[in-house]
Design a protein around this ligand. Structure first.
Ligand code: AMP
Length: 189
């Protein structure tokens, strides 16, 4: 299996590049943010539980997020591989993902981190806000999400670096050029 983590702060281009990667490599895309938004839209019990946290730009507790991710992965038993987008965001999530994949006889193949500076992130999210109207793209919520990224999520990088699985790619520039860099990394696995 080809199991990828696409990693980066809010607005780094994870969603955009994931779409292109799933087309090319026929992977199942699991975006925990998309899954939470679907739960909120459908007003499920889980959706009701997490909607305020998400609207405020805070991370959802690990136990809830991990259970949702495992359930989604289990729905796709025939997958050729997965692309995990927006997960893991904490070290306990990364550990849980390793244990889960191990129990299925597989593992993370590689982690690609999209590097984008703060100024460019703010510019992109302002643009996205016009298109999607995500409440958590408002300036104060966005600040909280970026804080969550730098306080909690960033620690996931050394976790994978220690496993020799981390590659950083410059996430600024032409979408197709960045995609070409990602595919060069993946094709080298
Ligand atoms: P995203 O679309 O990936 O930016 O996620 C939107 C929001 O969903 C985040 O700001 C968090 O509130 C929540 N979320 C998504 N993925 C996770 C995760 N792996 N752990 C905790 N919260 C998450």
């Amino acid at each position: 299996m080809l199991n990828l983590v696409i990693f980066g702060p809010p607005g780094a281009g994870k969603g955009t590049q994931s779409q292109k990667l799933i087309d090319k490599y026929q992977l199942v895309h699991i975006s925990t943010g998309d899954l939470f938004r679907a739960h909120i839209q459908e007003q499920t019990g889980l959706g009701k539980k997490v909607s305020q946290l998400i609207a405020d730009g805070q991370l959802v507790p690990d136990a809830i997020t991990i259970a949702m991710l495992e359930e989604e992965a289990d729905k796709n038993k025939d997958a050729r591989g997965f692309i995990f987008d927006g997960f893991p965001r904490t070290v306990p999530q990364a550990e849980a993902l390793d244990a889960f994949l191990k129990s299925k006889g597989t593992a993370i193949t590689g982690v690609i981190a999209l590097d984008v500076d703060q100024e460019e992130l703010s510019r992109r999210i302002a643009e996205r806000k016009k298109l999607t109207n995500r409440v958590d793209d408002d300036a104060d919520k966005l600040k909280k999400r970026i804080d969550e990224y730098f306080n909690k999520t960033i620690h996931v990088l050394p976790y994978y670096e220690a496993q020799g699985k981390l590659t950083r790619v410059n996430g600024i520039g032409d979408i197709d050029q960045i995609f070409a860099e990602l595919t060069a990394v993946i094709d080298s696995y």
